[in-house]
Design a protein around this ligand. Structure first.
Ligand SMILES: Nc1ncnc2c1ncn2[C@@H]1O[C@H](COP(=O)(O)OP(=O)(O)O)[C@@H](O)[C@H]1O
Ligand SMILES: [Mg+2]
Length: 320
């Protein structure tokens, strides 16, 4: 079987001597929704621009649908790309924008294609509106619809829901999900949103500082760390700072591999020895903080965020 994408040892060093990608190798099976997950500056956009042929890698090779990216002509009409920024013309209507992009490619039945897209991206009712006057969510949907005008075999989406409110974001991701179910299409999507990636991607690659750190299905990634558990304790009122410090020091002494995170009114601890954490965490917090100041204790399942923190030692920072 041919892979939708085969990237091998891709490096990108910008003129400014920024190493954006380091020996990144990645294979994507056809028909998957592959999520490239990483914080701002991880190298996601650089990688996606390289695999669409927009910029050249410093070294490395890229094959799409079994063809080398250098044979871009043979790939024309097969790769749809939705960049992080908006690509349409503000002064044209929604429909005119789609027509404009359709006219750039030889599409067999553009009218039908455009009306299909207007419908599936909930843009039909606002087809006559100038794109510049649309809401943020509508603009993002139009941006994605434009990438699909050619009915591509591979759709590459760079943070398609950037800057959207959670509701419109969910709507857009559901549309992308529907698309992957209805059509034989490979979707490669970059995001810094853990939850969405967890819900919608068949496979995830975690990228940080230009390195592909790990790969797997969301379940595989979480299962690899399923021995770890996160316990959170919430206080009724903000405990004395000294008590918090004493509490943390005591826990670290007892549980060697634990990681502690805190905010004003809560403390959370992660680690691999479930039994020890459970007993010592409760024992220590009762003793030092006092049972009367404990609002509640939660046991949290492992999330992709936890996996990311374990792998990189830092939080997945919220995007711009
Ligand atoms: N054209 C450019 N010139 C120089 N540095 C760049 C350029 N584009 C991106 N970078 C740098 O490369 C790194 C990766 O950026 P990018 O691929 O945009 O990451 P992401 O999309 O994950 O946020 C960052 O440090 C960024 O500042
Ligand atoms: Mg980016």
């Amino acid at each position: 079987m041919t892979f939708a994408l085969e990237a091998s040892e891709v490096n990108k060093i910008y003129d400014s001597n920024v190493h954006a990608l380091n020996n990144l190798s990645l294979k994507v099976d056809q028909g998957l929704v592959y999520g490239l997950l990483g914080p701002n500056g991880a190298g996601k956009s650089s990688f996606l621009k390289i695999i669409t042929g927009l910029i050249k890698p410093t070294s490395g090779s890229i094959n799409l649908l079994g063809k080398n990216i250098r044979e871009l002509n043979e790939l024309k009409g097969k790769i749809g790309y939705v960049p992080q920024e908006l690509v349409f013309e503000d002064y044209l209507t929604v429909e005119e924008n789609l027509k404009l992009f359709a006219s750039c490619f030889s599409i067999s039945n553009p009218k039908e294609r455009i009306s299909e897209l207007l419908k599936s991206f909930q843009l039909a009712e606002i087809r006559k509106r100038r794109a510049g006057t649309l809401s943020g969510g509508q603009k993002r949907r139009l941006n994605v619809a434009i990438g699909l005008v050619i009915d591509p075999e591979i759709l590459i989406l760079d943070e398609p829901s950037a800057g959207m409110d959670p509701q419109s974001r969910n709507l857009l991701w559901e549309m992308i999900n529907d698309l992957s179910k209805k059509q034989d299409i490979t979707i490669i999507i970059s995001t810094h949103l853990m939850e969405t990636a967890d819900r919608l991607c068949t496979k995830i690659g975690i990228i940080d500082k230009g390195y592909l750190i790990t790969e797997g299905t969301p379940e595989e990634l979480k299962a690899r760390y399923n021995s770890s558990l996160s316990l959170q304790i919430t206080f009724k009122k903000i405990p004395d700072q000294n008590k918090k410090i004493e509490f943390k020091n005591r826990l670290k002494k007892i549980i060697e591999d634990c990681e502690i995170q805190e905010d004003e009114k809560s403390l959370a601890v992660r680690g691999s020895n479930l039994e020890l954490i459970l007993t010592k965490f409760i024992e220590t917090s009762t003793e030092i903080i006092g049972i009367s100041n404990i609002q509640g204790i939660n046991i949290n399942p492992v999330t992709l965020e936890d996996v990311f923190i374990r792998l990189t030692g830092s939080n997945l920072r919220e995007g711009k």
